[in-house]
Each structure stands twice: as C-alpha cells, then as structure tokens.
Design a protein around this ligand. Structure first.
Ligand code: ADP
Length: 184
C-alpha cells in the first residue's frame, strides 16, 4: 500500500525499472559511469548507446561521479525524461560511512529530479547487488532518507508527486512493503 507524505505518494513495486512508467529513473551506477551488470546493464541495454555516450561526456568533464553523488543523462530510446546515475557505496563492513553515502545517493538524486522538474521518480535498491550492502539496512536508509526529504520539502515548491521503489527481487519488494507501512 502506498503512503502519502506531504502530498507525495510513496510506493513499492516489484519488477524491471526500465519498464516503469514515470518521469525519471535512477541508475545504480559506478564511479566511472561505465555500464556494468545488474540494473546498470539493464538501463544501458534498454536505453541504447546514447546513454553511454552521454556518460562519457560527463566523465571527460568531471572525471566521473563520487559515491553518494549523482549525474543526469537522457534516457536514450526509453521514454523517461532522463536517467539519474548515482554511485552507491561498496559495503566494506559498515565502518566506512556506507549508510551516510547511501543516504546521499537518495537525497542527491531527489535534488536532481526536482531540478529537472520531474513529477515522478523510481529508485532501484541501490548498492544491494554487486556492492553487497545488507538489504535490511539499505531499506531503512532508503526509506528514512526519502521520507525525511519529502517531509522537509528541501526544495520550495517540490515538483515531485510520486516516488516509487522498484524492487527487482521478491524478498526486497516484501521487505520494502513491510517497512513502508511502519512510516504511515
Ligand atoms: P549495485 O552495484 O549498486 O549493488 P546492482 O545493479 O548490482 O547495483 O544491484 C542493485 C539492485 O538492483 C539489486 O537489488 C538488483 O536486484 C537490482 N536490479 C537488477 N536489475 C534490475 C532491474 N532491471 N530493475 C530494477 N532493479 C534491478
């Protein structure tokens, strides 16, 4: 069941984020913005070569993207208004600031979505694949940071109306749905 916070509907679904319908999707990328496996591979495959070309331009301009930060490209041949590439932390045991870096991924992505006047945005479960971030903690960090962001409406006149967590795996979808309930 979705919840509504400050007029923003926050929901969870299970599936492939490239098939989601809305304004902008977030990619769990890497610091070099090189298309990789997991959700990154799926987004580059679905969007076509233009996304990688735009990632190369960002790389040339600013040398990549640091963990916790984010950058925008077009969505190539997908119909989204853009793709927000954020770089999650690689889990190193939890004492290297991983939760704060992961929270920054969510808030910086929301800042970019607002700057691009997006009305809706979908997030994958950043860092919980190859980067090995523990799933329960990642879920808490994701929901805490997104809900706190919406509560505080950090940007005046926040354009966002809908935020969805698109979980690829069934266990993550169940975890996010159960955890989201605790915020209502
Ligand atoms: P990271 O390197 O940040 O861990 P991964 O892509 O390996 O990134 O995994 C992040 C999450 O994305 C995982 O929960 C994985 O199951 C999920 N994922 C993989 N493919 C897709 C997809 N097509 N749509 C949405 N989520 C996906």
């Amino acid at each position: 069941m979705p919840i509504t916070v400050n007029h923003v509907v926050i929901s969870v679904s299970q599936g492939d984020i490239t098939a989601w319908q809305g304004d902008m999707i977030v990619n769990a990328s890497n610091s070099g913005l090189y298309g990789g496996g997991g959700v990154d591979g799926a987004i580059h495959r679905a969007g076509g070569p233009r996304i990688a070309e735009e990632c190369a331009v960002i790389r040339q301009k600013q040398g990549g993207v640091l963990p916790g930060e984010a950058a925008v490209t077009s969505a190539g041949i997908m119909t989204f208004r853009g793709v927000i590439h954020t770089v999650g932390p690689i889990w190193k045991g939890g004492n290297a600031g991983e939760p704060m870096i992961l929270a920054n991924c969510y808030t910086n992505s929301l800042d970019l979505a607002c700057a691009h006047e997006a009305h809706s945005i979908a997030f994958p479960n950043i860092s919980t694949g190859i980067y090995n971030f523990p799933k329960e903690l990642a879920c808490k960090v994701a929901l805490d940071s997104v809900i706190q962001y919406v509560r505080q409406r950090r940007i005046p006149g926040l354009p966002l109306q809908r935020i969805e967590f698109v979980c690829f795996e069934r266990d993550n979808a169940d975890l996010y749905k159960a955890t989201l309930k605790t915020y209502s």
